[in-house]
Design a protein around this ligand. Structure first.
Ligand code: ADP
Ligand code: ZN
Length: 740
């Protein structure tokens, strides 16, 4: 048989080697292989029968590094599916599955020497020791009082080595070697928690999940979608379901959008399972190579039975997996924006089917993809409609900024009177506030400040993007163009203007209006410094900050009991980007953000500032009405053929040479058009909304298809047949989430 081996190192080299008789090489094994005059290590990607006839003798695999393959058969199957579905190389997928830290040998476990005193040493012998060898006696005394009479030799100090040797020879102590776990969270203290008595709806959801958990599920159980309003106690359901899986001797995988932004969720899992000691592994992005290596092997061996991590943790090598939980399943951070461009939620659903195991997707604002799967019966819907702690949902007020603008005499209104007064009240009472600013749109849209009208494409219903160079409005889905109106097409007011301001501007305004308040800003700029986010969140938690200003990155599962006011400054900005998910994201943002208010004993208030108070995503979010929102949004998606009713992919070409990027994409466009399979809609070649980034010009084509595979296959086959100019990079993004 032949092994195809990915050589370690950054070069992505892949070579074939013959497998010698008697060497049990399977896919996922780590092997040593010859390369030129040297021996190196690599990972086996596949094992296939030898070719019929070979012209030259193939070199042989030298030896196996680990007896067991690093990749489980399920993960290998998952890897093949990802490569196929997203059109990426299998090598790239294997790289994601096996982090470099794991593929590199020098990260292997560290050991240390420890000294342990024997229990109850003979008192006479000890007395003798005290007289004759005072130093040895002192060390023995220290050890006898240490926890479990054990200390690391290093901690006793270099100079103790001869004394320890004598003590060992005299039989007072033993010296041994143990593996050191590089514990990334060794210095954290966790207060254990017990299970809460579930309310009726929680109980019902829990029972359903539990009934699917069995030591050997006969067929893959269908995925559960747990739709629970913010604060409805979804996490408690996850915790108890996890406990049930553990009770069956199974392991549990918990995916969260981002570890640093969901500290509460992580802490609650640790607190609940603290009695299991080392059995919870948290896969942070900031783990050192050594820590990553150790955590990975603890998981692989089944020592760590609960794994919490972000996107790439979907590949955690848990044996005997019983339950996968995907918290905040709608979050777009589950989509990887570099190759392989997989969506961790979708991969998790697939892995659950392959294992087979139970999977629960949870959210207060599910993605329409998952919602559609519930409607079609593919997923099983579980609902929690009330807050678990009997607090009412916060009151959401919508402020019409068109009126504010008139009051503020033509200036861009940032803070409405209502929001300013509310902030002052909170400050006076010593309560805290959070202000959200929608991420500054990469694309600039045009909106009337008098009537709120925004310019959208008549064919696609997405916002038109302003292009300064040729003074045009362009649709980034279909290519429709129109001139820039001088007056609002609706109300004829000349006050139609480009949208957008940043977090710094907000901070400036606030400092003027509330000079005595303590502010902190959380955005990508302010977060460059290491631990900046953690420090700010800690300060906020301990009431050292009055007002937190942030982009939507802080809308995820934060929990601050003293926050009673949440303001959304520019709810529109996210609404008018050239992305069919703009409305969905705005609905999610408002709902999630509103869920941050009133988490404690105090009642919460949410103020949403907008130029389009009538927009459905704002109105349904105000009423906490997911069903109503989903219904009208689905109608739009169906009508314009967007996901979940079609797959949408983006093909991007970028280069420092503008013309070459455009020309390359036009060539690809022509070839894609030839024998285009049925059911695929090919868009035009257009400059990307973010036309220039990192000194590269970018052009893109949007493709839509009823079925995923024909689309990926068609694009891949064209790409294989086309030789690209050296300085042009082409990227295919299947099920794209980013249209910039
Ligand atoms: P979600 O994950 O849906 O946002 P949480 O799990 O954070 O909701 O629950 C919100 C609050 O309600 C938490 O403080 C939690 O401890 C509390 N809670 C959850 N379930 C119960 C219950 N059955 N009884 C009492 N309190 C509960
Ligand atoms: Zn259009």
């Amino acid at each position: 048989m032949i092994a195809r081996v990915l050589i370690d190192g950054p070069s992505e080299l892949v070579f074939d080697y013959a497998i010698p008789e008697g060497l049990a090489v399977v896919a996922g094994c780590r092997v040593r292989v010859p390369i030129r005059q040297k021996t190196t290590s690599g990972t086996v990607l596949s094992v296939t029968p030898p070719p019929e006839q070979s012209e030259f003798a193939m070199r042989e695999v030298k030896s196996l590094i680990d007896p067991e393959p690093l990749i489980t058969p399920v993960l290998l199957k998952t890897a093949r599916w990802i490569a196929d579905y997203y059109g990426s190389s299998i090598e790239g997928v294997i790289r994601s599955i096996l982090p470099e830290a794991v593929r590199t040998e020098d990260n292997s476990a560290k050991t240390r020497r420890i000294a342990t005193a024997v229990a109850d040493p003979d008192p006479e012998a000890v007395a003798k020791l005290e007289k004759r060898a005072a130093k040895q006696h002192a060390i023995l005394t220290i050890l006898l009082h240490a926890p479990e009479r054990t200390m690391a030799v290093a901690d006793l100090g270099e100079s103790t080595a001869p004394s320890l040797k004598s003590l060992a020879e005299k039989g007072f102590i033993t010296i041994s070697t143990e593996e050191v776990r590089r514990d990334p969270e060794a210095d954290e203290t966790i207060v254990p928690s017990g299970p809460l008595a579930l309310n009726d709806q929680q109980q019902e959801a829990f029972e359903a999940i539990k009934s699917s958990l069995s030591p050997t599920p006969p067929i893959p159980p269908s995925p559960y979608l747990l739709l629970g309003v913010t604060g409805s106690g979804k996490t408690e359901v996850y915790l108890q379901a996890a406990q049930s899986a553990l009770d069956l001797g199974k392991t549990v995988l918990v995916l969260v959008p981002e570890i640093a932004l969901t500290p509460q969720t992580v802490r609650r899992f640790k607190a609940r399972f603290s009695q299991l000691n080392d059995q919870v592994a948290v896969l942070h992005s900031h783990l050192s190579q050594g820590e990553r290596f150790d955590e990975w092997h603890r998981i692989r061996k089944g020592t760590a039975r609960i794994v919490i991590g972000a996107r790439s943790a979907v590949f955690a090598p848990l044996p005997n997996l019983g339950l996968i939980i995907v918290d905040e399943e709608h979050e777009s951070s589950y989509k990887q924006e570099s190759p392989p461009r997989y969506h961790a939620r979708d991969v998790a659903v697939l892995r659950a089917a392959f294992e087979p195991c139970v999977i629960v997707l949870g959210s207060a604002t599910p993605s329409l993809e998952s919602w559609q799967n519930c409607l079609s019966g593919k997923y099983h819907l579980l609902r929690l409609d009330k807050r678990a702690d009997a607090h009412s949902m916060p009151l959401v007020r919508v402020i019409d900024m068109r009126l504010e603008k008139q009051k503020q005499k033509g200036q861009v209104a940032i803070l409405s009177d209502r929001l300013r007064t509310a902030l002052e009240q909170r400050l006076a009472k010593g309560e805290q506030s959070i202000l959200f600013l929608n991420r500054r749109g990469f694309a600039r849209s045009l909106q009337c400040h008098s009537c709120g009208h925004a310019c959208t494409c008549p064919h696609c219903a997405v916002a038109l993007t302003y292009h300064r160079t040729d003074e045009r409005l362009v649709c980034h889905v279909c290519g429709h163009q129109s001139i820039v109106p001088k007056k609002c097409p609706e109300c004829k007011d000349p006050g139609i203007a480009l949208q957008g301001y940043g977090t710094q501007k907000v901070e400036e305004v606030l400092q003027k209006v509330l000079p005595e308040a303590r502010f902190a800003r959380i955005d990508a700029d302010a977060m460059r410094r290491k631990n900046a986010l953690r420090d700010i969140l800690r300060k906020f938690k301990s009431n050292k900050i009055d007002v937190l200003i942030g982009t939507q990155m802080i809308a995820k599962g934060l929990h601050f009991p003293n926050v009673t006011l949440v303001g959304i400054l520019n709810a529109d900005l996210g609404l008018h980007v050239p992305d069919f998910r703009a409305g969905e994201r705005t609905f999610q943002l408002i709902t999630q953000v509103a869920g941050r208010a009133g988490r404690g004993e105090l009642e919460g208030e949410v103020i949403v500032q907008t130029f389009t108070p009538h927009s459905p995503s704002i109105q349904f979010a105000r009423k906490h009405d997911f069903d109503g929102y989903a219904e009208q949004e689905m109608e739009m998606r169906r009508q314009f053929r967007f996901p979940p009713f079609a797959h949408c992919a983006v093909l991007t070409a970028r280069s420092t040479h503008e013309r070459r990027a455009e020309f390359t994409l036009q060539t690809l466009h022509l070839r894609l058009k030839e024998d285009l399979p049925d059911g695929i809609t090919l868009g035009e070649v257009l400059p990307s909304p973010l036309i220039r980034s990192h000194d590269q010009f970018r052009f893109q084509i949007t493709l839509r298809s009823n079925k995923a595979r024909p689309l990926t296959n068609h694009v891949q086959s064209v790409l294989r047949r086309t030789t690209l100019p050296e300085d042009v990079t082409v990227v295919f993004d299947m099920d794209a989430y980013n249209f910039s």
